[in-house]
Design a protein around this ligand. Sequence first.
Ligand code: GLA
Length: 353
Amino acid sequence: MATLDVFGELPDGRTVHCLVLGEAPGPVLHLLELGATVHRLEVTCGDGVRRNVVLGHASPADYLASTDYIGGSIGRYANRIAGGTFPLDGQVVRVGVHDRGNHLHGGPDGFDRRLWEVVEHASSRAVLQLASPDGDQGFPGHLTVRVTVEVTETEVRLTFEATTDAPTVVNLTSHAYFNLDGEGSGTVDEHRLTVLADEYTPVDATGIPLGEHAPVDGTPFDFRAATVVGPAIRTAHEQVVTARGIDHNYVLRGTGPRTAAVLESQRSGIRLELTTDQPGLQVYTGNFLDGTRSSVRGAVYRQGDGIALEPQVFPDSPNRPGFPDAVLRPGATYRARLAWRFDTFTNAAPDPG
Ligand code: GLA
C-alpha cells in the first residue's frame, strides 16, 4: 500500500508530505514533496543491521535554511555556470548568482526548494512533477520537469525528464549524501570509493573549470581502483586544498547506462553501485558541512559526514563548446537516469558501536 505521511509545513502553510517507497528487507526510501528530496534511505547491511544511509534534515524549515542541498533534486542547472551568464542562440542569458559570483544548482531558489506535485504514487514507485515558468531564476522557456522514483528489492532508480517550450539549458541530478555506516555515524573517511574515470576537471577557487581535463593518474583524484577516501582529502594537492577536499567533476568512461562509481563500507558491509547515463560525476566530500545545520537526529553535520555522487553534464557546459551539450529545445525530451544498487558483503567486520 502506498504510504503518504505529513512531514511538516512550509512557512506559507502548505503541507509537505513524505512518500514511503519500497519494502524491507529491500531498500525503503522516504521521498519529500519539498525538493523531490531523498530524505531517508534504509538498507539492510552485511552485518544484518538496517541503517539509514543518507543525510537529511528534520523539518521543512531546516531544509529551506540549509545551503547544502541535502538529498534534493537539483535543477534547472546542477553545478556551476561561470558568472551566471552564457550564450544561447546568439543571446546572452543571465541567471541567478549566489555562489562566489557564479550560478550554482539552479540559482538562489532552485528546484530543491520547491514543492513538487505528486502525480503518481504506488508502493514502490512515484512520479513527482514541477512546473518551472519562463524566466525562472533567469532561465528561458517554460520547463516541465518530472522525476520518476522506483524502488526494487536491491535498487533505487531515479529518472529525470524535462520538456520546454523555448530553448534552454537543463542539467538535473540528485544531491543525496551517503554515509554507509549510517546517517550521523561520523565521517565517511574510511569508506572505499571507486570512480570509473581516467580524468577529472580541475577548477579555479570558485569551482569553475580551468579548461582542460587532467589525468587522475598520480593524483589524490585517482579512484580507478577502490581507495579509502580520508587520506585523499587530507593531501596538500593544490586542487584538494582549494576545494577543501574533493568537489570535482569526473569525466566518466564510456556512454549510456554504465557503472560510474562504487562506494563501500567494510564496517557495515554494504556496497553502493551507482549507474548513470550521464557524462560526468561530481564527487563532493561534504567539504562545507560545518556544524551549523541539524541532522534528522537533531545532531549536527560536520565536514566529511557524507559524500555526494552527482551524475550530470560537466560544470559550466553552457559556456564550453567542447563540453557535453546541455541545451534542450522544444520537441525534445531531456532524460537522465541514475540507479543506486545495494549489495552486502559476507566478510563484514562486526559493528563496534
Ligand atoms: C555541490 C557543489 C559544492 C557545494 C555543494 C553544496 O556539490 O559542487 O561546491 O556547493 O554542492 O554545498
